[in-house]
Each structure stands twice: as C-alpha cells, then as structure tokens.
Design a protein around this ligand. Structure first.
Ligand code: CTP
Length: 421
C-alpha cells in the first residue's frame, strides 16, 4: 500500500484544495491530510484564518478524499509523521517548490501544480471589508493602521475620510469615550476602544447594555490580552501550575520626556495610560470581587488631575495584588504571580509578553516559555474584533466584567479616593 501525506490550512475550503487532494490521493492508495493547528498557523504568520481548526478539519473530511486526518502542531512534525505513519510520498502544491526537498531523505517528495486563480486569501479578501474609522485626538493611530495591513477583511480609514464606516477604533482621551461610544452605538456602529472604556462604572455597564440591544460589538482594546504568551500564561495559572495564587504584582512605567506640568491637557495620565493594562492580569487571575482597594498617587500638576505615579493595592479573600504605574517615574516593568507551589516571572516589558518562566523550589522543575508576539498584539486584537463583527459572537479576550471593574477603578481615582503622596 502506497501512503501519501499532504499538509495545509484548508481555510474556507475551495476548488484549489479539492483538486490538490484529488491528485494527492491518486498518487497512492491511502491519503493522510495534516491540517495546521491555529497556534501553529499563528507562529507561521497566518493570523487571518477565518475558520476554526474543527471547521477546517470538517471541510477536509467532507471532501471524502482523506483516509486519515491529523493535526500539524509543531515545526519539524513532518519528519516525525513520515516516520510514524510509514509514508511513501509527501506532496504539496507547487507554491512550495524546493521548500520540502529536505524530506527526500525520508520519502519521495512530489510538488503538484497549484490551481491558478484561487486561494484562501483571495476568498477572504473577496468578502466585503469592514471599514473601521480611527477617531483620535492625537496622531497615534498610525501603529493601528499599519498593523491592520496584516489583517484580511478590514479597511482602516483615517479620521478625516468621508467614506462611511462600519466600526470605529477610539483612541481619543478617556473622558470623551462615553459620549463617542454612545453616539457610535446608536448609529449602529461597532466599537473597539482603547481602555478605559469609560471613567465611570455605571456608564460602562450602560454602554454594554446598549451594545447588546443594538446588536453591535463593543470591545475593550487592551492589546496585551491578545498575545499568545500572555494567554498561555493565564491558562497555566488557571490549571494550577503554581498552586493557588496568593499575589499578583505588575508594574508598567514609561517615562515622559521633558513635560510642562501646566500643559498636560490632552495627555493620558499614568492611571489612564497604564492602569487598564496593569489591572488586566489582576482581574483575570483573581477576579473582580476584591474586598478592599487602596490607591496612592503622586500628582505632577497643581489641579491634581495628572498622576505621575500610582500604586494600587487590592485585598481578596486569600490573596492580594498590587500594581505600580508611572509616567513620571521609572521602575522594573516585570510581573510576578506568586502561588502556593511556585511562581511565574515575566520580565520587562511584561505587557509585551513573549517569554516567561515558571519557577519552583526545586530548580530542576523550572520551565521557560517563549511564543512570538507579532505587532504587540494589535493585529490579533483586530482579527478578534473583525471575527466578532462577522460572527455576531463577541469573543473579546477582555470580558465585560473586567472592563467594568477597570472603569470602577478609574471612577474612584477620579473621585480622589486616593491617598496623596
Ligand atoms: N493549493 C493548490 N491550489 C490553490 C491553493 C492551494 O494546489 N489554488 C494547495 C497548496 O499548495 C497546499 C494546499 O492546497 O498544498 C493547502 O493550501 P493552503 O495554504 O491551505 O491554501 P491557500 O489557498 O494557498 O491559502 P492562503 O491563501 O492562506 O495561502
């Protein structure tokens, strides 16, 4: 029996895929199809895949051409598979010519001519694009616009464009968010908003209710939440890798250059710029039901509207948390999650997590993790936003209760429930 193997993403299965599978099957008697796992696709830079792994497998299965379907999860797996399944022929489309010659050491390699004129990318981009308008006070939307070019299916318009938008990406000052979000939702537009969504808890709840009623997506844009390493870290913590969590300590600082304390209008303060990011792991790991909170700030303006440094301590039943944020002070931007059996250490800048360590009393058990982070998480965030709009299922990585809890901290801070230092 001649065994043939082929691999692919098979997103939105099309005629080109079917033709390839037919010819692959005809090369032998038994066809194994490797479908790439989502995380493996991401690490290869394919971030726009529209269908889930299960849907893509189902697409391949439905062709009736595969005798066996396997999942491709890691670099180098092809060699393992060829040996394990006793494969005689490896085949892929001609777009890969030369790329897999190294497999000739293990089996025959055949490149089949690619079908002209069709590809998953083309099917994806033929769909109507979601037009997103950037609304900002200062010209900091360029990073977002640049990152959007990596994402199929979205088109970012500048704020002065006359074209009609389906969604907005809100970057303006937090104090303006509430009015702007409300207006957008009432016009039936989806909203991706730089955190904090509002400076007030009840306003935040009101906006989510309104979004549900109007059937639009309202998403909190904390890019850290979308990084692969950060998500793996959360899963490890939740699955008990360090025992019970006792403390979460996160620091975020970025020193402003020379600033004029009288001209801080229009500049995000430490609490608004860094607060949501630093609070994210606290609320995601320990929840939002803290029993006590203590905020200490050092203001750098006379009106006490701008904190140069803020420290927030939380008490939970059986745990504590502490965040330190600053734009007029510098510190080590690391995160430590303390558990009863070990701890997780994320080096600076932890909010752009691509690497972290789990450490135990017995050093031999220590583990290190690395996952490539592309574009600081912005492009993954944009993919999640566009998928939520298309599917009608809000799969935001920042759940609504967390956005609301962040708004509550902002509200207390703005109401000066703060110890001044
Ligand atoms: N393939 C083909 N003809 C096409 C498209 C794909 O023969 N028109 C082959 C590829 O060469 C590969 C397999 O189908 O062997 C799976 O390809 P995949 O990367 O999943 O599909 P693409 O349409 O090429 O996806 P993308 O546009 O995202 O690159």
């Amino acid at each position: 029996m001649v065994k043939v193997i082929t691999y692919g993403t098979y997103d939105l299965l099309h005629y080109g895929h079917r033709r390839l599978l037919e010819r692959a099957k005809a090369l032998g008697d038994y066809l194994i199809v490797g479908v790439t796992a989502d995380s493996f696709d991401k690490s290869r830079g394919k971030i726009n895949v529209q269908q889930s792994l299960m849907e893509r497998i189902e697409g391949v299965r439905a062709t009736g051409l595969a005798d066996e379907i396997i999942i491709e999860e890691y670099e180098g797996q092809k060699i393992d598979d060829i040996r394990r399944y006793g494969v005689d022929i490896f085949t892929v489309g001609s777009d890969w010519v030369g790329k897999f010659d190294y497999l000739e050491e293990y089996c025959r390699v055949v490149y089949l001519p690619r079908t002209e004129g069709v590809s998953s990318s083309k099917v994806r981009s033929d769909k109507r694009k979601i037009a997103i308008k950037i609304i900002e006070d200062k010209g900091i939307g360029s990073k977002f616009a640049r990152e959007s070019t990596f994402v199929n299916g979205v088109d970012v318009l500048s704020s002065d464009s006359w074209e009609k938008e389906d969604a907005i990406y809100l970057l303006s000052m937090p104090e303006r968010h509430y009015e702007l979000i409300k207006k957008a939702i009432n016009e039936g537009k989806h909203v991706l908003c730089e955190s904090p969504l509002t400076m007030n808890e009840s306003q935040c709840v009101e906006l989510f209710d309104l979004a549900h009623k109007r059937n639009v997506v309202l998403m909190d844009a904390i890019k850290t939440a979308y990084g692969t390493a950060y998500n793996r870290l959360l899963l490890l913590v939740k699955s008990g890798a360090i025992g019970k969590v006792i403390s979460v300590d996160a620091t975020c600082t970025s020193l402003m250059g020379n600033y004029d304390s009288k001209k801080l209008k229009g500049v995000w303060s430490s609490i608004t710029a860094w607060g949501p990011t630093a609070l994210l792991p606290v609320f995601q790991i320990l929840g939002t039901d803290y029993t006590d909170k203590f905020i200490a700030s050092k203001y750098i303006d006379e009106d006490k509207n701008f904190d140069g440094f803020t420290k927030i301590d939380f008490v939970y039943p059986g745990a504590v948390a502490s965040v330190k944020i600053a734009k007029a002070a510098k510190s080590e931007g690391s995160m430590v999650i303390t558990g009863t059996q070990g701890y997780i250490y994320v080096p600076s800048p932890w909010w752009k997590t691509d690497y972290f360590e789990i450490k135990y009393e017995d050093q031999n058990k220590n583990k290190r993790f690395f996952y490539q982070l592309e574009g600081e998480g912005i492009r993954y965030e944009l993919v999640a936003f566009s998928k939520a709009i298309e599917s009608g299922i809000n799969n935001s990585y920042v759940s609504e209760d967390i956005s609301v809890a962040i708004a509550k901290v902002m509200e207390d801070w703005a109401a000066k429930k703060v110890r001044e230092i």
